[in-house]
Design a protein around this ligand. Structure first.
Ligand code: FES
Ligand SMILES: [Fe+2]
Length: 333
């Protein structure tokens, strides 16, 4: 019992000392969750929100509590054409939060984008400011249908992006070998990029073998959307792992991992034996293995993230100082 109360104290201390909410674009959920006429309650940056899709397909995100008498619009609210009807007294709000009854204050609306199968909202701090940058829409042509995994963790988006820049932990924690930098960290406004490659040692039928090099192209748009493009050039394999990290309440974040791979690769380059199976069968098998491996690696990070403290004063360690300097801009409010 002593042990569990001690760890509870550590977690409480971690929450108190955790980083503030950063500005930028953050995912609230998948587009597929929100069909036409559907209403969902959501939580982000310690705030309760309601999201809904009108019958014509417009997605809106509003502060959840009805300005009339405070009912939660996401619990029992209904879409009526292009409006959201409050369950309590049936007042209606449009996608901008304007009430159909004159003189009633507007429900605060959030800037929304639907990009790469995700619904994102813009958080600008306590003062509502229009978005100052955008997240790109990636082409999905020639890419497999995305596979999504959701997690809820005691962590912060800054820690998640930092992990991809902190190359020195990759060998120690994940056991990656022969780490080489391809392109050093580059930052430009809200965007960060870094490229490196490494290989792993695999156990195969009792023999230790070197796997081929995997190249990682890391791009982060703000702290909420991290894209990790993983290629294995000798196999002609290209894949994308997107990590959307959204703070929900103090200390905690929702993390959404979206995987997709380029459909075209030569399965015979991996092993001539694979050439006898249909391409769709081999790709399904390989992509499943890739996702499983990525999640196993991610879970090694989860243990660290959920139990670590944020150290604000760091010593020069490769790209970390530059990363921390870049991340500062998301707290300027
Ligand atoms: S509380 Fe929403 S209409 Fe009254
Ligand atoms: Fe990691």
């Amino acid at each position: 019992m002593k042990h569990s109360s001690e760890s509870l104290e550590i977690k409480e201390e971690k929450i108190i000392t955790s980083l503030p909410y950063p500005t930028g674009w953050f995912a609230l959920g998948e587009s597929s969750e929100l069909g036409h006429g559907k209403v969902l309650p959501k939580k982000i940056m310690g705030k309760d929100l309601v999201i809904f899709r009108t019958h014509s397909g417009i997605v809106s995100a509003l502060d959840a509590y009805c300005p009339h008498l405070g009912a939660h619009l996401g619990h029992g609210g209904q879409v009526k054409g292009e409006l959201l009807q409050c369950p309590f007294h049936h007042l209606c709000f449009d996608a901008q939060g304007i009430c159909s009854q004159p003189n009633l204050p507007k429900a605060k609306s959030w800037h929304v984008r639907e990009i790469n199968g995700m619904i994102l909202v813009y958080y600008s701090g306590p003062n509502k400011i229009n978005p100052v940058w955008e997240v790109p829409n990636l082409s999905s042509e020639g890419w497999t249908k995305p596979i999504v995994h959701n997690f809820h963790l005691l962590t912060h988006p800054q820690e998640v992006v930092e992990n991809s820049v902190d190359v020195s932990h990759a060998a120690a924690l994940h056991g990656f070998k022969s780490m080489n930098l391809i392109d050093k960290i580059k930052t430009e406004d809200h965007k960060l990029n870094m490229k490196y490659k490494f290989r792993e040692t695999l156990d195969f039928a009792g023999f230790r073998q070197n796997a081929p090099f995997s190249e990682f192209n890391i791009t982060s748009w703000g702290l909420g959307y991290l894209l990790i493009e993983v290629s294995i050039p000798v196999y002609g394999l290209h894949s994308r792992f997107s990590l959307f990290t959204s703070p929900t309440e103090k200390g905690y974040s929702d993390l959404r991992l979206v995987f997709s791979a380029c459909e075209h690769f030569d399965r015979k380059k991996m092993h001539s034996f694979l050439g006898i199976f249909p391409h769709s069968f081999v790709s399904k098998l390989i992509f499943r293995v890739m996702v499983k491996k990525f999640i196993t690696t991610l879970k090694e990070d989860f243990v660290i993230w959920e139990n670590k403290q944020y150290v604000s004063q760091i010593f020069s360690d490769g790209p970390l100082l530059e990363y921390r300097k870049w991340a500062q801009q998301f707290y300027n409010y």
